[in-house]
Ligand binder design. Structure first.
Ligand SMILES: Nc1ncnc2c1ncn2[C@@H]1O[C@H](COP(=O)(O)OP(=O)(O)OP(=O)(O)O)[C@@H](O)[C@H]1O
Ligand SMILES: [Mg+2]
Length: 412
């Protein structure tokens, strides 16, 4: 009999039993009340999005066995805090076309496929950010021993992160996880990336989405260059004198500044005996977001969190100066949450574009505040900035949406 055969799902997930499993996913339109038409990148396999019990999910139909394989790979990557889509489970089904397996992932909210970035009026600014985001994603995967196997723009999703972009791996079908990645696999992955990026951009050019002058061939090489620079910085070994222990802290701080959390610092005496060789072992690129989350409970991408942590440190310095006493950062973080973050978001809430995460909106408002303060030659404050941001940016974005126009990112 056609239909559901078996499933394996993460605890706390819905059972998804009332989906039309007897039909191939490609035939669900008109047959499944939960379907959500959301922007989608290029797909080889049928992919649908559903709105099911308050959450959004992506379902991808694959040949038997492959959904479980991809699910297991994504789970291992998630355990290592890598930026990937969140695996929920896999389902085995039988349809009129035979057996198939379905991978279920949480829909990556506030994300955009690369086509949406290139179609946006901000394309030129996005280009640079996209190169950094791709390079950073590859570095994070390779540090964790992950060989992606099919690194391409269509297998990546992008999320706005303060003034930058974060790239997420969406397709792990061909990935492999090694204890450490060999030089040759890293290099091969970069070759594949260059070829795939070039192909995707050539398609965009053919469809008129980017101008004929766009550096189609060079873009992959730019990503590689940024990757190599970041990789070298992270894996750099330093030699120090035994009398310079402060240099260990300096190195940790420099890596934290780049967003990387340091798990271990390995020191080894040099053969001649009077120097130390230092190597830092980094885990993930979540340093700022973990710090912010532990202090305030606020969820953010890493760059957003870095910007907010700077704001918390400024607030702390100001309060310490006013009160002429020291203050733990946790107290400043609590005051920031109560006095700045929550009231600002409360003001902005009715005008928040659907595709913008609240923390992103807050960071955009902060940028607006800097812009206004610079013009006024003094700090104009959060309240004034939020109101001005609503008047000059958010109202026109929601007006544009009413006219069915793609909203422009709301920074001045
Ligand atoms: N969890 C998700 N959240 C948001 N979008 C998703 C998600 N999963 C898939 N997508 C969208 O579906 C597109 C296709 O997904 P994916 O790359 O996994 O399938 P595929 O291309 O058919 O597989 P493959 O590349 O292995 O042949 C993605 O580019 C993305 O736009
Ligand atoms: Mg794909």
């Amino acid at each position: 009999m056609a239909g559901f055969i078996s499933s394996s799902l993460r605890p706390g997930s819905p059972s998804f039993l009332d989906l039309p499993w007897a039909l191939p996913v490609g035939q669900w339109v008109g047959q499944c009340a939960y379907l959500e038409p959301l922007p989608i990148g290029l797909t080889r396999h049928p992919v649908v999005f559903i709105h099911y019990q308050e959450a959004l999910y992506a379902l991808k139909e694959l040949p038997p066995g492959l959904a479980e394989k991809e699910y297991q790979l994504l789970r291992q990557m998630k355990e290592q805090h890598l930026p990937t889509v969140d695996p929920i489970g896999h389902v085995q089904v039988k349809t009129a076309q035979g057996e198939a397996s379905i991978l279920i992932t949480r829909y990556l909210e506030y994300s955009m496929p690369y086509q949406a970035l290139f179609a946006s009026p901000d394309r030129d600014r996005h280009r640079d950010l996209l190169l950094d985001a791709m390079a950073s994603l590859l570095v994070q995967l390779h540090l964790a021993g992950v060989y992606w196997g099919d690194c391409s723009l269509s297998n990546t999703l992008f999320r706005r992160d303060a003034g930058t972009l974060q790239a997420y791996l969406v397709d792990a079908e061909t990935s492999e996880i090694h204890p450490t990645l060999s030089e040759s696999l890293r290099s091969y992955e970069l070759d594949v990336m260059e070829e795939n990026v070039c192909g995707a951009l050539a398609d965009l050019m053919a469809s008129g989405l980017i101008p004929a002058s766009y550096p189609v061939i060079e873009t992959g090489a730019y990503i590689r260059e940024r990757y190599e620079r970041l990789w070298a910085e992270i894996n750099r070994e330093e030699v120090l004198d035994a009398q310079q222990p402060y240099r260990v802290q300096e190195r940790i701080r420099a890596l934290n500044q780049l967003g990387f959390s340091v798990d271990e610092v390995v020191l080894q005496r040099t053969p001649d005996g009077d120097k130390l060789r230092m190597r830092a072992v980094v885990t993930d690129r979540h340093f700022h977001r973990e710090l912010l989350h532990s202090l305030t409970g606020v969820d953010a991408e890493d760059r957003q969190a870095e910007q907010i942590m700077n704001e918390i440190q400024e607030l702390r310095a100001r309060l310490m100066q006013q009160q002429n006493r020291s203050m733990p950062v946790s107290v400043a973080a609590w005051r920031w949450l109560q006095e700045l973050y929550q009231p600002s978001l409360e003001r902005l809430k009715p005008w928040r574009p659907e595709d913008t995460h609240p923390t992103q909106l807050y960071c955009q408002m902060l940028e607006h505040k800097w812009f206004l303060s610079e013009k006024a030659q003094q700090d104009v404050g959060h309240e004034t900035s939020a109101l001005d941001y609503i008047e000059t940016v958010l109202k026109s974005v929601s007006g544009a949406r009413d006219l069915n126009v793609i909203p422009i990112e709301g920074t001045p």
